[in-house]
Design a protein around this ligand. Structure first.
Ligand code: OAD
Length: 244
């Protein structure tokens, strides 16, 4: 990469960066729609990740996210999360890690400049008083909101299909100012994140993708490196740090 000219970096991460930590990526189901693979079963999106699903069967949706939240206690950040955290700590220019992931592995590796555009498993949102709060336990047993005291109105603070991702203006500003846009472990199937590379390209950033296979948007990348994130990301961080 042309590191000498690179001062502002935007990094987009997806499920692939957490795969080597033991978290599942999403996958296409037999009927062509996308689903969540829990290792035991695949849940269609419309059953667990839409506001309609939550209205229809809140217990199923809460149980699904309770299980995913509990699973976080069993996994650790991997070499890719750690490499990005060390880049974040050392990089003198602007840097923003925009993650589509709802896990907390970037933070647990030590990264600070992280934005969770699809929300977080470790956050709850009270529909009674509109407060968002850090949350580590189950939500399915109807706990009262610590802020307003109303029971049974907390939902996972996750952006479901049909809802607006968080902090889009901040993301757009960062992409407009980026010299380098890097995408790691994302299939490029879900918008608006899938369109970030086109914006970055349009505003003049160099674009690099690291993924197990070329993503759906790979034509927009100046460079595609294929392989596991746990190997590729530390190698890239070493290269880019040598130019800092
Ligand atoms: P996907 O599961 O769609 O894609 C994961 C990508 O990571 C695939 O292209 C894999 O080839 C790649 N991959 C798998 N293991 C890898 C590894 N060890 N190293 C590098 N790459 C690897 O996940 P996302 O693109 O993150 O949305 O999915 C985007 C959004 O779709 C999610 O945030 C979620 C989902 O529906 C919401 O929750 C709103």
């Amino acid at each position: 990469m042309h590191g000498r000219e690179t001062s502002n970096i935007v990094i987009l991460t997806g499920a692939g960066i957490s795969q080597e930590s033991g978290l599942h990526t999403f996958r296409t189901m037999a009927n062509g729609s996308m689903g969540w693979d829990t290792g035991l079963t695949v849940h269609p999106i419309e059953d667990v990740a839409t506001p309609e699903a939550f209205r229809r069967d809140p217990a199923l949706v809460q149980a699904f996210y309770d299980a995913r939240r509990a699973r976080l206690k069993e996994v650790e950040p991997n070499a890719a999360h750690r490499a990005l955290a060390s880049l974040d700590a050392a990089w003198p220019g602007e840097l923003l890690i925009v993650t589509q992931n709802v896990d907390d592995l970037h933070e647990r590796a030590g990264a600070r400049r992280v934005l969770h555009m699809h929300g977080e498993l470790k956050s709850a949102w009270c529909l009674a008083c509109d407060t968002r709060m850090t949350w580590s336990d189950d939500l399915g047993d109807h706990p009262p909101c610590p802020a307003c005291g109303v029971a049974g109105r907390l939902r996972p603070d996750i952006v479901w299909f049909g809802e607006m991702p968080y902090e889009m203006e901040r993301i757009d500003r960062a992409i407009m100012a980026a010299d380098l846009f890097v995408s790691i472990g994302t299939s490029g199937a879900v918008y608006p994140a899938a369109g970030f590379v086109q914006s970055a390209h349009h505003f003049g950033a160099r674009t690099l993708e690291m993924n197990l296979e070329p993503s759906l948007g790979s034509v927009w990348f100046d460079e595609t490196r294929t392989g596991p994130a746990g190997k590729l990301v530390p190698e890239w961080v070493e290269q880019v740090m040598a130019t800092a």
